[in-house]
Design a protein around this ligand. Structure first.
Ligand SMILES: Nc1nc2c(ncn2[C@@H]2O[C@H](COP(=O)(O)OP(=O)(O)OP(=O)(O)O)[C@@H](O)[C@H]2O)c(=O)[nH]1
Ligand SMILES: [K+]
Ligand SMILES: [Mg+2]
Length: 376
């Protein structure tokens, strides 16, 4: 039996045990066991037993959004409010131990929302269930970083550091540098813009540090040494992120106003259901999904059955029906998306979105959520 199963067995047993003098010791023992298993689960361990347990949730819907944040900022409260899934919320830290999926239905799209355990400083090194949480976050199309508004901006910078240390870059685009290691010929360096942060010399030094002596490098942007290193390393993930300050019912209007004006930020209160609509609007924008409504000749468009396209895709990408055995392209279509039926036209197109939305400015390759390699 895995640790999660043991925890759930004990929780069930506690629930069905009557509280009285006779069961006092038994309950005490169960609670001690529960605490022990929870601690084991949250311990950084290399044992395979707890590795990834409870985190392998299938992708579904048109897009995936991961909720990350410190413990008790209100992630589960938010999931329970905005989807029909209930995720336990409580005032103690690490209430959530696994990945809990819910679905946001919005503008005809199904957006998978993942509630995750809280993460803390040292998460990237495996503290808490940090590694597993970060691994799930990497698979998302957008990250919602939920922050406790009463704690100001401390949480945000700590989490950015954690994610940064494992190569996740939030609200940044891939540096526009062409880099190609070669078999010989030394290092050829060029730039199409004036560089203020890097020079040929520095680029060479950095490359030598990585034992690269032959390569072609072309800066098409005034990038920093860190950004150049990101390109050499190649395994970075560039993700759009919304900073969501929750619990604004607990802070002054002035502070609400200040936080609301920060870039990529939304202020909400799950407790008082404040500003949740606006958060969904922003999320939609950051996901950069576009609805296309179709119609059959001579009929009115069906606004309940949209085809969802990712940013960067266009109408030509909509497949004209698959054969029965064929099915959707791999990694491609998700539940809310579909090919055209015979006789169906892309008639009433209703673009709900400008294509130059904020967040990750790198256009997503392909359609139906086929992801570009860099967002892997
Ligand atoms: N005042 C106030 N309290 C809130 C709000 N949203 C959530 N809470 C409370 O914050 C506490 C933690 O909420 P959870 O939803 O369990 O937080 P979490 O981020 O899922 O926590 P972990 O699963 O432990 O990481 C609960 O007591 C909630 O009732 C809010 O908008 N205002
Ligand atoms: K909690
Ligand atoms: Mg939770």
């Amino acid at each position: 039996m895995g640790i999660l199963e043991k925890i759930s067995e004990i929780e069930k047993e506690i629930a069905r045990t009557q509280k009285n003098k006779a069961t006092e010791y038994h309950l005490g023992l169960l609670k001690a066991k529960l605490a022990k298993y929870r601690a084991q689960l949250l311990e950084p361990s290399k044992s395979s037993s707890s590795k990834g347990e409870g985190f392998d949730v299938m992708k579904s819907g048109d897009a995936r959004v991961a909720l990350i944040g410190f413990p008790s900022v209100g992630k589960s409260t938010f999931l329970s409010l905005i989807t029909s899934t209930a995720s336990e919320a409580a005032s103690y830290e690490f209430t959530t131990l696994t990945c809990i999926p819910g679905v946001i239905e919005y503008k005809g799209a199904n957006i998978q929302l993942l509630d995750l355990p809280g993460i803390i400083e040292g998460a990237a090194q495996g503290k808490g269930r940090g590694r597993q949480v970060i691994a799930v976050a990497r698979t998302a199309d957008v990250v919602i970083m939920m922050l406790d508004a009463t704690k100001g901006e401390v949480q945000r910078s700590l989490l950015e550091k954690e994610l940064g240390s494992v190569g996740i870059r939030l609200n940044k685009h891939k540096p526009n540098i062409y880099f190609k290691p070669k078999k010989g010929g030394g290092i050829s360096f060029n730039s199409t813009v004036t560089l203020t942060q890097c020079s040929e010399k520095l680029v060479q030094l950095i490359l030598h540090e990585y034992k690269i002596f032959n390569a072609e490098v072309l800066f098409r942007e005034d990038c920093s040494p860190d950004e150049f290193i990101d390109v050499i390393m190649g395994n970075r993930v560039y993700m759009p992120c919304l900073y969501v300050y929750n619990k604004i019912d607990q802070i002054s209007m002035e502070e609400v106003d200040r936080l609301a004006r920060k870039p990529d930020s939304v202020v909400i209160s799950c407790g008082m259901k404040l500003n949740l609509d606006y958060l969904l609007e922003m999320l939609w924008e950051y996901l950069a999904l576009t609805c296309i409504y179709t119609k059959k000749r001579g009929q009115r468009p069906d606004f309940t059955d949209a085809i969802i396209l990712r940013k960067g895709a266009s109408v030509e990408h909509v497949p004209h029906s698959w054969g029965p055995a064929e099915g959707p392209p791999s990694g491609g279509m998700r539940a809310g998306s579909r090919p055209l039926d015979p006789g169906e036209q892309l008639g009433a197109q209703h673009w709900t979105l400008a294509s130059d939305s904020p967040g990750c400015s790198e256009p997503q390759a392909g359609v139906f959520g086929l992801r570009s390699p860099l967002s892997g």
